[in-house]
Design a protein around this ligand. Structure first.
Ligand code: PLP
Length: 406
């Protein structure tokens, strides 16, 4: 594609596509490992992986082979029939999570939607039909469908679509001692991101985990871990919650699990699974052969050495970001993260830094206004980290200079 074609791409979108995304002015046409390449041939170091999705980087040879082979064999049959890969993927996911049963779907929001429905179904099956309340947390993000949106904190996302699922209460993750007063015998489930992603990269504390477990012990409320962003190995553990001892009854997975092919999963304990019968929930696409093949290949790579590499590179990343914070004490208020989800919380709006990094060929993004978020592919190396930190250093200088000259 030529630069002229870029113009056509944008004009065509502007005319026909629903205008709900603010895109940066670039058209990507190819990927290679840690890099994305635009239509002029310019290379960008990808420290965002399509918002935590391209876990094996781009055009990963083994993934490309597996997906191509699957596409030329069989892509989709529906859930009316058996195929060889769903059971295999479910067995891997139950082993890795320590839970018992898997429902396969296509996205993070669907995985959460399933968890919320399964929690309601569980109490309905026990004739506790009034037990419908969900407790979520401030700064949470769980997705855009009605159920997931209802437990998403940011009023800008929620309010234009009201009325949503009723009976949702938001607790403060920073004040675990207040949870006790919010979770009661009417609570169907507590839903928590072990590392809040969109909300600004905030890992939960052990104190909050203890409060959640205590609330469950007292009331019986189920615990849903939304591991869509923090799970599938991103933190160096298979589930982010495993780092702080969270023991959920249901887990939602997505993003990195399909390495770019849309895959979501709800993984649950047997007593919850026992409440569900054929017809209670379902999906046309979920768990098709293409999706399962991609997820299985991803898990092969993850368990074949990638998890160790994530932990090693992540500690280098954390150390380099701390150095960066020391070098820019007036700008970087805090470095947060767990494994390969990391953030610089700034003293001002992070967009100028994200833009300056982009202009220098590094992809990161802004979340929660002041946060520069890094979600690199799991194949990232120490050398990639050094390169990214050098660019971020320059981007922080450039954004501060721009701000000062205004
Ligand atoms: N849950 C969390 C924690 C997320 O970060 C996201 C997406 O950013 C979602 C759910 C929604 O996932 P999806 O966009 O695949 O529906």
């Amino acid at each position: 594609m030529t630069a002229h074609a870029t113009h056509d791409v944008r004009a065509l979108e502007a005319e026909h596509l629903l205008q709900i995304y603010k895109r940066l002015p670039v058209v990507f046409v190819r990927g290679e490992g840690m890099h994305l390449i635009d239509d002029t041939g310019r290379r960008y170091l990808d420290f965002l992986s399509g918002i935590g999705v391209a876990s094996l980087g781009h055009a990963h040879p083994a993934l490309a082979r597996a997906v191509a082979e699957q596409a030329s064999t069989l892509i989709h049959t529906s859930n009316l029939y058996f195929h060889p890969l769903q059971g295999e993927l479910a067995a891997r996911l139950t082993r890795l999570t320590g839970l018992d049963r898997v429902f396969l779907c296509n996205s993070g929001t669907e995985a959460n939607e399933a968890c919320l429905k399964f929690a309601r179904r569980y109490w309905h099956g026990r004739a506790e039909t009034g037990r419908t309340k969900f407790v979520a947390f401030r700064h949470s993000f769980h997705g855009r469908t009605m159920g997931s949106l209802s437990v998403t904190w940011d009023p800008h996302y929620r309010e234009p679509f009201a009325p949503l699922v009723p009976d949702v209460k938001f607790a403060s993750a920073a004040e675990p001692w207040l949870l006790d007063a919010i979770v009661d015998e009417d609570t169907a489930a507590i839903i928590i991101e072990p590392v809040q992603g969109e909300g600004g990269v905030r890992p939960i504390s052990k104190e909050l985990v203890a409060a959640i477990h205590a609330a469950r012990a007292r009331t019986g409320a189920l615990v849903i871990a939304d591991e869509v962003q923090s799970g599938s190995g991103r933190t160096g553990a298979f589930l982010g919650g495993q780092l702080v001892g969270l023991s959920p009854d249901l887990v939602a997975l997505g993003k990195a699990l399909g390495a770019g092919v849309p895959v979501g999963a709800a993984v649950l304990k047997q007593p919850v699974a026992d409440a569900l019968s054929p017809g209670d929930h379902g999906t046309t696409y979920g768990g098709n052969l293409l999706a399962c093949r991609a997820a299985l290949l991803f898990l092969d790579e993850l368990e074949g050495g990638l998890l160790q590499s994530i932990r090693r590179v992540a500690s280098h990343l954390a150390a380099r970001l701390r150095d960066l914070a020391l070098k820019h004490p007036d700008v970087v208020k805090e470095v947060r993260g767990a494994g390969l989800i990391a953030a610089l919380d700034l003293a001002f709006d992070a967009q100028p830094v994200v833009t300056a990094a982009f202009e220098r060929g590094l992809l990161v993004n802004r979340t929660a206004t002041t946060v520069v978020r890094l979600l690199p592919p799991f194949i990232v190396t120490e050398a990639d980290v050094d390169e990214a930190v050098t660019v971020l250093d320059a981007a922080l200088d450039a954004a501060t200079a721009r701000g000062a000259s205004r």
